[in-house]
Design a binder for this molecule. Sequence first.
Ligand SMILES: CC(C)(COP(=O)(O)OP(=O)(O)OC[C@H]1O[C@@H](n2cnc3c(N)ncnc32)[C@H](O)[C@@H]1OP(=O)(O)O)[C@@H](O)C(=O)NCCC(=O)NCCS
Length: 170
Amino acid sequence: MLRPPMSSDVEAIFQGYSSDAEVTRYLAWPTHRSLADTEVFVAFSDSEWARWPAGPFLAFLKSDGRLIGSTGLGFESLHEASTGFVLARDAWGQGYGTEVAMAMVELAAALGVGRLKALCHPAHLASRRVLEKVDFRHEGLLPRHVVFPNLSSDQQDVCVYGRRPGGPAL
Ligand SMILES: CC(C)(COP(=O)(O)OP(=O)(O)OC[C@H]1O[C@@H](n2cnc3c(N)ncnc32)[C@H](O)[C@@H]1OP(=O)(O)O)[C@@H](O)C(=O)NCCC(=O)NCCS
């Protein structure tokens, strides 16, 4: 089950995944050190939802309502958006990453997005596999393009993946 984050979710997000250094290792945002960091994320989400047709989502298990992670669409224009996904460690390896990624492809298609992209650290094989399973094409490597703040302060190479949400991969 997916829905936008609310301020009442801050503690569950922090405890569930945003403060876990192993979960955030390959993410583009620093591991959260306090609830205030997670509050900034929820405020950012609110501003994205106010500006664009969609934004960040939290993912919950249908069976027991437990928060398992987050995904979303980040719009550069009404025609181009990026996606990503993060799951609590105890939710890895059960197909949820693929399920939430597919949900974002379907949402992007429904919203008429022409190109959906995702950036990923070259060494992050689980994430690359999820993207391949939902028919993203590996378009290439951008050299020294992104800072992964939980790895180092240097810009690092990043894999670019993309697909046309409403049809076959680009
Ligand atoms: C990346 C992430 C979302 C994957 O979620 P998940 O629910 O475990 O993914 P799924 O179970 O749907 O699929 C994972 C796939 O990767 C494969 N995989 C996992 N670890 C792997 C590894 N080290 N090498 C190669 N493949 C690997 C799995 O076998 C599976 O493929 P399969 O179905 O063909 O067997 C999860 O690990 C995560 O939240 N990581 C931390 C946050 C993060 O880095 N997000 C991505 C930022 S780009």
